[in-house]
Design a protein around this ligand. Structure first.
Ligand code: NI
Length: 179
């Protein structure tokens, strides 16, 4: 396993469509998944897609552990999705903050379906499906977007809600001090 370099927004490769996996359970696929996990954990992310480490294959990993991030949101089970397909289970959207390891130090408010069905394959090529809601659904949509060359700012409706984390925090602090 190794921690791989994460490509940042601006690299052409992040805008390209990834290729499906056609051979399962290969050493290369196991290695790719191990590298995705290790890179994600080293950078404290909630998910990572193969194109973010320069591999144009339809593979994503995500997971969010409450013990590790006690201040935050729901737990998202550790998941590997290969050749995933997402189907919205509602027409309802909500707009919440997202970050991306390819856009470090920034965040934006992004509309996402609140509930989706996930159909995908595991590392051995076995198909599985599950339903995801809330933050879990959001993370799945964000990561699967990477496989189609879509970064979260492209989904945003209001670019006023896009900026640097430390800048938002300065405003929050100033607001608190005024109270
Ligand atoms: Ni991302």
């Amino acid at each position: 396993m190794s921690v791989r370099k994460i490509l940042k927004m601006g690299r052409q490769l992040l805008l390209e469509e990834s290729e499906p996996i056609t051979e399962f359970d290969t050493p290369e696929l196991h290695q790719l998944i191990a590298d995705l996990w290790e890179t994600m954990k080293a950078t404290d992310g909630a998910g990572l897609a193969a194109p973010q480490i320069g591999v144009l294959k339809r593979v994503v990993v995500f997971g969010y552990d409450k013990d590790y991030h006690p201040e935050n949101m729901d737990v998202v089970p550790a998941t590997v999705l290969i050749n995933p397909k997402l189907t919205p289970l509602t027409e309802e959207f909500d707009e919440r903050w997202e970050g991306c390891l390819s856009i470090p130090g920034m965040r934006g408010a992004v509309p996402r379906y609140t509930k989706v069905r996930i159909d995908a394959y595991d590392v051995t090529g076995k198909p599985f499906s599950c339903d995801a809601e809330g933050f879990h659904a959001r993370v799945a949509q964000h990561e699967c977007d990477h496989l189609d060359g879509i970064l979260y700012p492209m989904r945003m409706l209001d670019l006023d809600c896009f900026g640097f984390n430390d800048a938002f925090e300065e405003d929050d602090l100033a607001e608190e001090q005024q109270r």
